[in-house]
Design a protein. Structure first.
Length: 353
């Protein structure tokens, strides 16, 4: 069986370091592993519109931003097809048929949808389109016959729901759709990178993100003002590394060679952590080290982003061509689905049979 990746992001803002360690970095590694026959990376504008219906300009203006972030991280258009969701009409078509295979109460039980409804204060006024987005996400995944979906942990319920739709479809209409597997980062710190304020979720509205396009001085300021262990008041005090964003970021970003380069008095991260826990290591010193680490990790991304920013017509062309390739693939699946559902009336005079 072909090994196929599909994944994507909503274009509601620039991507941040949480997206990077949670999914983007892994995608680039998978892309470069040579293990995959086809790779599709989708800019999910239609999904972004499900809760931004009145702000289409916000979604539109972030399409190129997200594309630039992808290219900056090392997504290579020669190896991966980058495309825009709303350019693929088959995705909407599939969604409409999948809706018949899912109950309202099943969507209501989806923990990610539940949390998002609460976060947006939608309780009494959920747009139907927003409510159905897990179903449309199943269409995104199955249209490309994805076998692997690398996403952040918050997307696990979407994958679960997609697999249920695949089972149901195949049971009702015969084996047609491919069942996908989720792929999560294996580093725990990368699963859910907290905001710089220690809050569980990085979000633009909380102002606790470090963006991939951030300038060095902004990175420094954000790192130096990060939340740490509130009980670690003086350097001598023993400190906690659990739930301490500074150490979680080090777990996510630090490479062994950075100690030699920036903090040679420690051999590795374990030694640094042990000293912090013992007491005698101040937050400022740890933050300065983290700043060096973040600067090293983000510099190549920012520089590549600036190069692509000078070539926006080319980026636009990548998206246009990618969307054409993606539509051809989705059309093949759509034809299989129509055949399975026996709604392919005009193929071989089927309606008369
Ligand atoms: N829901 C994803 C997000 O919030 C975006 C997305 C839409 C997606 N369709 C997808 C991710 C299909 C993986 C597969 O970022």
């Amino acid at each position: 069986m072909k090994q196929i990746i599909l994944t994507g992001d909503r274009p509601t803002g620039r991507l941040h370091v949480g997206h990077y360690v949670g999914s983007l970095k892994g995608r680039v590694a998978l892309q470069n592993s040579g293990r995959f026959d086809e790779i599709y990376i989708m800019i999910a504008d239609a999904q972004a519109l499900t809760d931004n219906a009145e702000h289409p300009e916000k979604v539109r203006s972030n399409i190129l931003q997200v594309a630039l972030d992808y290219l900056a991280c090392g997504i290579d258009p020669a190896k991966s097809t980058i495309f825009i969701q709303s350019m693929i009409p088959q995705l909407t078509e599939l969604t409409f048929y999948y809706m018949n295979l899912v109950t309202v109460s099943r969507v209501q039980r989806n923990p990610t949808v539940k949390a998002e409804i609460q976060m947006r204060n939608f309780e009494a006024s959920i747009p139907v389109g927003f409510f159905c987005y897990p179903i449309s996400q199943a269409a995104d995944i199955t249209a490309f016959r994805a076998t692997i979906v690398p996403v952040g942990e918050d997307q696990a319920p979407m994958l679960e729901q997609c697999r249920e739709i695949v089972h149901k479809f195949n049971a009702v209409y015969g084996e047609t759709l491919t069942e996908p597997e989720i792929m999560l980062p294996d580093n725990r710190a990368c699963l859910r990178l907290p905001g710089t304020d220690g809050k569980a979720k990085m979000s633009k509205s909380l102002g606790n993100c470090i963006y991939l396009s951030e300038e060095p001085e902004e990175i420094r300021q954000k790192v130096m003002s990060m939340y740490t262990d509130p009980l670690h008041i003086r350097a001598q005090d023993p400190g906690h590394i659990e739930d301490n964003p500074v150490f979680i970021y080090l777990d996510a970003f630090c490479r062994p060679e950075y100690f030699e380069q920036f903090l040679p008095e420690y051999a590795n991260l374990d030694e640094l952590k042990a000293h912090y826990q013992r007491g005698g290591l101040g937050d400022v010193k740890v933050k300065k080290f983290l700043n060096n680490v973040m600067q090293e990790e983000l510099r190549p991304i920012r520089e590549r982003r600036k190069e692509w920013e000078k070539r926006l017509p080319e980026v636009c062309e990548i998206l246009r061509k990618g969307s054409e390739v993606a539509e051809r693939k989705a059309a093949e699946t759509m034809a299989d689905v129509r055949r399975a559902m026996k709604i392919d009336y005009f193929e071989d005079g089927n309606l008369l049979k």
